[in-house]
Design a protein around this ligand. Sequence first.
Ligand code: AMP
Ligand code: ZN
Ligand code: FE
Ligand code: FE
Length: 279
Amino acid sequence: MIDLHTHTTASDGSFKPRNLVKTAKEQGLQAVAVTDHDTSAGNREALEAGVDFDIEVIPGVEISADSPWGAVHIVGLFVRLNDDEMESTLRELRRFREERNRKMIKLLVDMGIPITMEELLMEAGGELVGRPHFAALLVKKGVVQSYQEAFDVYLKSGGKAYLDKKRLPTLDAISMILRAGGIPILAHPCTLRQKDANQFESRLKSLLDQGLRGIEVYYTDHSKGEEAYFADLARRWNLLISGGTDFHGSVKPNVILGRGFGDMAIPYEILENLKESRI
Ligand code: AMP
Ligand code: ZN
Ligand code: FE
Ligand code: FE
């Protein structure tokens, strides 16, 4: 079994890369990909841990891109680390994020909720602050009772302190991954399917025209029906198949590494096919 979509403390997960890899091994996984938001910083430690714990580690990244239909998440697998162009693009995305964060702090302070960047950086424990860190801090300060309440009241799209951040167009996100030697995969395709199959398929078609190579057939939130639909589509359209849990540790405590809500099992063969496509 494998898990090709996970987050570490390098972005908004709660497991350090080394601990994530160790846990993957303990869960009986044969391979794990680290796909942090807007940063490749967790990959080096994860790769070293892969050697120590004898488990295959795939370097990756996840980009929240802009499309005519809203945010679209693209996972890049097998990206080259230290690729100058990719790193400079990721730095720019982190700058957009910091700008958004500073403005969100100001909105909260103006509402009478004292919160500082220093506190958020402490909460994040890495270089990247995301909304989950805002949520955790709001809980700690007693502003809200729960992580979910923090999102529902303040942080979700349309929430009292929510601000959108500047994103790369999907074409640029896909191209960046391809130029860094990676495979661009549509993450959680369920979120792009807002109406019917026709709508989803025309959206997917335009992403494929931009260079997208595959979709996450296996994903924590997918029903068996969705999984079957995406698998069938991948076969008919000759798309690569990927899958992962979107594990975030304590940030999403009901999602288990490699197992999703408990019943996921992604066969190693999926990774073999992805590797073959690179030759
Ligand atoms: P950011 O990248 O800072 O915009 O934060 C995005 C992250 O926030 C996602 O990866 C989710 O983990 C989390 N998130 C977004 N919307 C919600 C929501 N409505 N409820 C709970 N968590 C959310
Ligand atoms: Zn995340
Ligand atoms: Fe995502
Ligand atoms: Fe994710």
